[in-house]
Design a protein around this ligand. Structure first.
Ligand SMILES: *Cc1c(COP(=O)(O)O)cnc(C)c1O
Length: 427
């Protein structure tokens, strides 16, 4: 068993040789007392966003008023799409930015089921994000009554063997939809293999990239992906409720129609024709006026990811999660924690999931320490998962070291007993 001292030295050394270490100073707050391990739920504020938003509000809205639509705002969605496209391995004209992930998911799932109307099978898994499952259930109950949702079940609650996908797909399968990196365990599917399996049956695949965009290299074009959606307020640091994105491969765009036919998806929105005519471009998936303030706030986060380079971020993230995993094995597993993420960093995204029967109270003790200890912010997912989100743009190895030590102390000294079990609304 490695000693605490040797892990500490290792963390210090890894921080010293980290070529991305300066990026953390681009984020608020600069308060070293807080260790933030929740970038997988709400990314930190890039400091540049303050000045940018101030400018958009005071100059563009305040001074230029409606003239700003032509001067700055009409092209904003496409401008940001081209940056997101670089992060997820797509072409700029294959990505639309706007609405939220759930709405984008609805639009694309609906469009795919319409396009594949002679097929009635939908396939997903029980590791998927509940919102996606609710949306599928709604589609079936309101529009596609003949369809069935076939849920593949994970054996261990952590991962799903692609053999199960192979077994369940057939010529009746219209749509396969999965989270690329799953929200609880961080298990990551091999996108290339899954796309290939599905395409044997001409099944369309809709990927949810919310936990992978900005945390792992996504290769939509290279793997011949059909459709994807994702959010920008996690690893992309776009701000609370920042607009989401969607992707549709170029050759599929004219075959898929937006079920929410608003004027921003119209071929000529400002001609005010009385009949709808869908745009030919990816912008056909737009609905109405975009939220300019929250859209503008996204850009500094995207720029920081592009400046650091997604491949570099992935290397650091794998080194960090592996370092933390080793410490967890020697210092937390003996205390009743279990490791609830894939063992191999190649097969997981950028967070680690730990289970403990006192998981909720332990997470409370981390967030609201009584005296002297650092504030550490992870998140909690029922029934007993503590998620430790590692954002290589701003987390250090030393922070990960301190987190494990703190969790150890909370359990060894039974500090969690000082907290009640009342569950907050947002955990
Ligand atoms: C966070 C997340 C979402 C968020 O959906 P919203 O509509 O933006 O609230 C969707 N899917 C997955 C997999 C997520 O992790």
């Amino acid at each position: 068993m490695d000693s605490i001292e040797s892990f500490k030295n290792q963390a210090g050394e890894l921080d010293r040789i980290d070529t991305l270490s300066a990026f953390r100073y681009h984020f608020a707050p600069q308060d070293e007392q807080i260790i933030y391990l929740d970038g997988n739920s709400l990314g930190k504020l890039p400091i540049r966003t303050n000045a940018l938003l101030h400018k958009v509000v005071t100059e563009q809205w305040g001074q230029r008023m409606i003239r700003s639509w032509n001067e700055n705002w009409m092209g904003l969605s496409q401008h940001l799409s081209s940056k997101i496209a670089r992060i997820i391995g797509a072409e700029p004209d294959e990505v639309f930015v706007g609405d939220n992930t759930s709405v984008n998911f609805y639009k694309l799932a609906f469009a795919a089921l319409k396009f594949q109307k002679e097929r009635n099978k939908i396939v997903t898994d029980n590791l998927n994000f509940p919102s996606d499952l609710y949306l599928l259930q709604g589609l079936v109950s309101h529009h596609f009554a003949d369809h069935s949702i076939n849920m593949m079940l994970s054996d261990d609650g952590i991962s799903l063997n692609t053999k199960k996908i192979e077994e369940i797909l057939d010529h009746k399968t219209a749509l396969l939809t999965l989270s690329h990196v799953v929200f609880k365990s961080a298990f990551m599917y091999d996108m290339g293999i899954v796309n290939e399996l599905a395409h044997k049956y001409n099944t369309l695949v809709l990927w949810d990239l919310s936990h992978s965009g900005g945390s792992v290299p996504v290769r939509l074009n290279e793997t011949n992906a059909d459709m994807a959606v994702g959010c920008t307020y996690k690893y992309l640091n776009g701000g609370p409720g920042a607009p989401a994105y969607l992707y549709v491969r170029k050759d599929l765009q004219e075959k898929l129609f937006n079920p929410i036919q608003g004027w921003f998806g119209h071929n000529e929105p400002f001609a005010f024709n009385l009949d709808y005519k869908a745009r030919r471009s990816i912008e056909r998936f737009a609905v109405g006026t975009p939220g300019i303030l929250s859209m503008a706030a996204m850009e500094p986060g995207l720029d920081l990811i592009l400046e650091a380079g997604i491949e570099n971020l992935r290397l650091k993230s794998m080194a960090q999660s592996t370092f933390m995993q080793q410490m967890i094995y020697s210092h937390l597993i003996p205390l009743g924690f279990s490791f609830a993420s894939p063992e191999d960093s190649q097969h997981r995204g950028s967070h680690l999931s730990l289970q403990h029967s006192e998981g909720y109270r332990i997470s409370k003790a981390m967030i609201s320490p009584k005296v002297g200890s650092p504030i550490i912010i992870p998140d909690f997912r029922p029934p007993n998962n503590i998620r430790l989100g590692i954002a290589p743009l701003y987390n250090t190895f030393t922070e990960l070291f301190e987190t494990v030590i703190r969790m150890r102390t909370i359990v060894v000294e039974e500090q969690y007993k000082l907290y009640n079990e009342t569950v907050e609304e947002v955990t």
